[in-house]
Unconditional design. Structure first.
Length: 95
């Protein structure tokens, strides 16, 4: 019985650590829209060189983005494209 208890505890601990690691990996894959380069932005499906350059230009002209929704102010990014991009982006507030 003692062996079973230790085995179950180890298994649960392993699963917990595995799930935490997966969560961190997902978060790490997101790009910060306030620091991403053109080269990084074009890796997002649906974002080409022109849109990526416009995002960076807008960010520089407006001292960064204050929300992901503000991306819709960038020429060429409508509601549909914003919805497609959002899962791949995060926002660290501009300084």
């Amino acid at each position: 019985m003692r062996f079973f208890s230790k085995s179950l505890t180890c298994l649960l601990l392993f699963l917990l650590l595995l799930s935490v690691g997966s969560f961190q990996a997902v978060a790490a894959d997101k790009l910060d829209v306030n620091s991403a380069t053109v080269e990084q932005l074009v890796e997002i499906k649906g974002v080409g060189d022109v849109i990526a350059r416009r995002i960076v230009d807008y960010r520089q002209q407006h001292n960064g983005f204050t929300s992901l929704a503000e991306l819709s102010e960038v020429k060429g990014i409508g509601d549909k494209k914003l919805e497609q991009m959002t899962p791949y982006l995060t926002l660290v507030k501009a300084k």
